[in-house]
Write a new protein. Structure first.
Ligand SMILES: *[C@@H]1O[C@H](CO)[C@@H](O)[C@H](O)[C@H]1NC(C)=O
Ligand SMILES: *[C@@H]1O[C@H](CO)[C@@H](O)[C@H](O)[C@H]1NC(C)=O
Ligand SMILES: *[C@@H]1O[C@H](CO)[C@@H](O)[C@H](O)[C@H]1NC(C)=O
Ligand SMILES: *[C@@H]1O[C@H](CO)[C@@H](O)[C@H](O)[C@H]1NC(C)=O
Ligand SMILES: *[C@@H]1O[C@H](CO)[C@@H](O)[C@H](O)[C@H]1NC(C)=O
Length: 438
């Protein structure tokens, strides 16, 4: 009872919670090296365990915040917002996590049915800037040819040999990260042998080192390109934060969406290890492993008694299959740069991160300055846009009507050309989407 009261007091001024989580356990992508769970499922899809992990994460979140009214007793569209990358496993993770938010859902048989917004992958700068932002992608590519990379490869020869001996096919810099994932997934299904545990540890350390080098964020432009838009999400419309109307979302984030005009209390972003890793790196967290499946980064927005807003940031390190384990026992509190302690006034954060953060109104600036010119997103030449067919319907038209139509056609084509210019890349094929991030 006493504990409960303490928690309630702590949360008295909680305004909103933003959860950015990695998808749960998935099947393999590409050729299996060593282990794949649920072989019968499609590649890269969420496994049943992956669904369970997110269902349980959702339940633990609800319990953790139960002393507040942040989730509400039942789903309300003005309270809860969910967004996912446009990839099956993250969408499935979002569905699963949202099902854990309420004891009695809003759907038939008490199921939970909550809309999930998504964005075409080529325009998802919030959750997938790692691959979509040209400057970021080029920096990562350049890293693969750098002396640091060669050094990393040299230093990990023994790890590759040890791993090769275990799995029976050559393990090197190109597939060590995949083996790391596969061992992570296997450990969730069956206990690893001693040798497997050893290899899992060294392969995890090697992959984590590699990522730390690749996500080297001492270049402000790189950091902005990678994280700028998602940092902007922390400031999305909320009465507790007055941003002089700078918090209006850009249209581009809305075209599939429930309008982002409400003061959401809970916002779920379903994404990837890369998304979380980049943020942790920006936060200067001492990262010991690549974010595990169903791990999460959490942003709490509180207000002081006088109404002054402040952030608290947490990293949910471990997911678990135990719904009764308190979430707090797996949460590590983070202190962002610029803040004296973990309780970081919004104005302090905003000032300290002014060069890293993009608000939605600045999408064009972001694209032009930090992600390269949007014109450079040329469609894949192998993809041909098959528009509607023009039928032969002119036989009965009078000359006048044809002239009017011709004039209208020219106007329309001019517009189409403009739209094409500004939206190049929209027709890029999506089939390779699941290969670009984990
Ligand atoms: C739905 O929840 C209500 C309230 O807890 C309960 O009475 C009812 O039996 C549940 N229905 C189903 C189909 O589980
Ligand atoms: C890694 O090994 C694979 C075969 O397993 C090979 O195709 C690839 O070229 C190797 N890459 C490097 C960088 O050695
Ligand atoms: C990190 O980036 C800085 C500046 O961009 C560069 O000087 C440094 O060599 C990089 N470090 C690594 C390990 O790539
Ligand atoms: C996560 O789990 C590992 C191993 O089970 C444990 O050592 C570690 O302390 C846990 N971390 C947190 C923050 O609970
Ligand atoms: C942001 O960049 C400007 C221009 O380089 C610099 O003057 C300012 O100190 C930077 N702000 C922070 C908080 O680092």
């Amino acid at each position: 009872m006493f504990l409960h009261l303490v928690v309630a007091a702590n949360f008295a001024e909680l305004v909103s919670v933003t959860i950015l989580s990695r998808h749960g356990q998935r099947t393999q992508m590409g050729e299996t090296i060593y282990y794949t769970p649920d072989k019968d499922l499609m590649q890269g899809h969420l496994t049943k365990l992956g669904m369970k992990q997110h269902l349980i994460l959702g339940q633990r979140l609800r319990k953790h915040y139960s002393a507040t009214n942040i989730f509400g007793d039942s789903y309300s569209p003005s309270r809860i917002y969910a967004r996912s990358t446009n990839i099956p496993r993250t969408l499935q993770s979002a569905v699963s996590q949202l099902s854990g938010y309420f004891e009695n859902g809003n759907g038939p048989d008490n199921s939970t049915t909550i809309p999930i917004q998504t964005e075409v992958n080529d325009e998802d700068y919030i959750l997938q800037a790692y691959v979509k932002c040209e400057y970021v992608a080029k920096s990562v590519q350049a890293f693969r040819g750098s002396p640091q990379y060669v050094k990393w490869e040299e230093e990990h020869k023994a790890v590759f040999e040890q791993a090769t001996a275990l799995v029976g096919i050559p393990i090197n810099s190109t597939n060590v990260e995949q083996l790391n994932s596969e061992l992570e997934f296997k450990a969730l299904d069956v206990p690893l042998t001693d040798i497997e545990q050893q290899v899992a540890k060294s392969v995890s350390d090697a992959s984590t080192d590699l990522w730390k080098l690749a996500f080297n964020i001492s270049d402000p432009r790189y950091e902005r390109g990678l994280n700028g838009m998602i940092f902007g999400e922390f400031f999305r419309s909320n009465p507790a934060i007055d941003l002089q109307n700078h918090n209006k979302p850009h249209q581009r984030t809305l075209h599939t969406s429930q309008a982002y005009e409400n003061s959401y209390n809970v916002r779920l972003y379903s994404a990837h290890d890369t998304t979380i890793f980049a943020i942790l790196h920006s936060f200067k967290v001492d990262i010991t492993h690549i974010p595990k499946v169903a791990s999460a980064f959490i942003v709490e927005l509180h207000t002081e008694k006088d109404g002054a807003p402040y952030f608290e940031f947490y990293y949910v390190v471990n997911s678990t299959q135990d719904a009764s384990r308190p979430l707090a026992s797996d949460m590590t509190q983070l202190t962002p740069k610029g803040c004296d302690n973990a309780k970081c006034p919004v104005s302090t954060f905003q000032k300290a991160w002014e060069n890293q953060t993009y608000l939605h109104t600045n999408l064009h600036t972001y694209l032009a300055n930090d992600c390269g010119n949007t014109q450079s997103y040329v469609p894949d030449p192998t993809v041909i846009y098959k528009g509607g067919k023009t039928g032969v319907v002119f036989g009965f038209l009078t000359v006048t009507a044809m002239l009017v139509i011709a004039a209208m056609w020219m106007i329309v084509m001019t517009c189409v050309e403009k739209v094409k210019k500004s939206k190049q890349g929209t027709y890029q094929k999506l089939s390779d989407q699941s290969e670009t991030s984990d």
